[in-house]
Design a protein around this ligand. Sequence first.
Ligand SMILES: Cc1cc2nc3c(=O)[nH]c(=O)nc-3n(C[C@H](O)[C@H](O)[C@H](O)COP(=O)(O)OP(=O)(O)OC[C@H]3O[C@@H](n4cnc5c(N)ncnc54)[C@H](O)[C@@H]3O)c2cc1C
Length: 458
Amino acid sequence: MSPVRLKLLRRLKRNLPGEIFLQPAILAKYAGDKWFATHQPDAVALPRSARSVSKILKFADKNNIPVTPRGAGHGYVGGCVPVCGGLALSTERMNKILEINPDDFIAVVQPAVNTAAFQAAVEKLGCFYPPDPASRANNSLGGNIATNAGGPRCLKYGVTRDYVLGLEVVLTNGDIVRLGGRTHKNKTGFDLHRLFAGSEGLLGVITGATLKLLPLPTFRANLAVGFDSMYAAVRALQSVFAAGFLPCAAELADQFTLAAAAKRTKSKRLLGCQAHLIIELDGQENSVRGEIATVEKIIRRQKPLFVERGFGNKQCEAVWQIRREFSYALRDTGLTKLNQDIVVPRGRLEDLFKFAATLQKKHGLQLACFGHAGDGNIHTNVMVDFTQPGAEKRAEAMLDDLFRWVLSVKGAITGEHGIGLAKKRWWPLAVSKEVQALHRTVKRALDPKGILNPGKFV
Ligand SMILES: Cc1cc2nc3c(=O)[nH]c(=O)nc-3n(C[C@H](O)[C@H](O)[C@H](O)COP(=O)(O)OP(=O)(O)OC[C@H]3O[C@@H](n4cnc5c(N)ncnc54)[C@H](O)[C@@H]3O)c2cc1C
């Protein structure tokens, strides 16, 4: 860090007592997320209020100091890595649920509220906040908004963006703006609050959110089904949609993932499977029980190896517990798991699995696929042994092929994790020159000096 910047940061520290930190041990904690890259910031800001955030941004903007916003640091793409140094601005002290209103079906939160804790709190009052990223026990609502996080239930209920009614955002000039509102419908001006959903900390710092809630479904049921081919599993899912059902989740896993999970969970059933499908329905008990029976009949036409049924929260959770083991099971293999979250149009799922098989042959690396099949959003994990010579190059080449193919079928290179640093290389492939220019125009309008989260994709 230059002596000039150090002097400036010391001045900021004096102006905001107890909110700016320069100790190396603290800096190290804010260098990375759950991806590989790390870079230490020059200082860490732990503001207690939007007013403090405003002071920090105004000061940083005036003095050209980079600011990288951060939620819980559980991102998967290096989004909160302060690659240009400067300030890592963590919202972690702004962690209160300010209001849950079951009459208006809204909640007002500070950005660092933990997603799972928030869901538990609203459910106590008979309300429901559906977005369910697998990381919800650890991440923040602010991070979910900034990455537009998704999860299994997003098939029926939509992603985080669909629940953001209003936002409080601090702009780089220090303005604190309140966008949107607390009504479920609102057409007053541009949909500006949505601009910040998925903005990955590049346009402003989210310091508060008003979130939409739904009535809590009173019952759920699911089916966990094993198949002897991926083709049969995909056909089963397509038949469920064709019969007019919209499950709240539909999750698929491939043979490599299942073999790893079988080893970890000691399940003999998973071991014999080429594909595994979980389908869940929710709603009122009578209708869910009737509908799940019909769904089972539809699925049985594809001659599954087994069908397990879960009724009610406890049994359904037991099925999901196995699904949650998939990621850990892949780690147990000892290989490094390069997790991608590509999306293909729903009708191209089978093609994706076929293409994955050809990629594996071509590059001699395993591709473990599982995820949100209903959305076409499959976690494609390149499994690499980095001790092998040339492994890194082969993995990169495999990812190039994968992303090119995904784009060729009009899919997307990321469905929920974002671009961050991990996907930066493929950003120019994924969007046209004109769209890149439009991103730059928006960025310049809100952050003319480019101090917010520099070094990322815009
Ligand atoms: C095991 C595991 C499972 C995961 N499963 C899922 C999943 O199922 N679905 C899914 O969508 N993601 C998943 N993720 C990715 C990750 O958890 C999400 O991206 C999550 O939303 C990150 O939240 P965070 O609070 O940790 O954000 P951080 O990692 O701290 O930040 C993420 C990005 O948001 C920006 N940001 C954070 N807070 C703010 C703010 N207040 N204002 C402006 N910008 C901000 C940061 O600059 C950064 O670009 C998973 C990650 C892990 C490690």
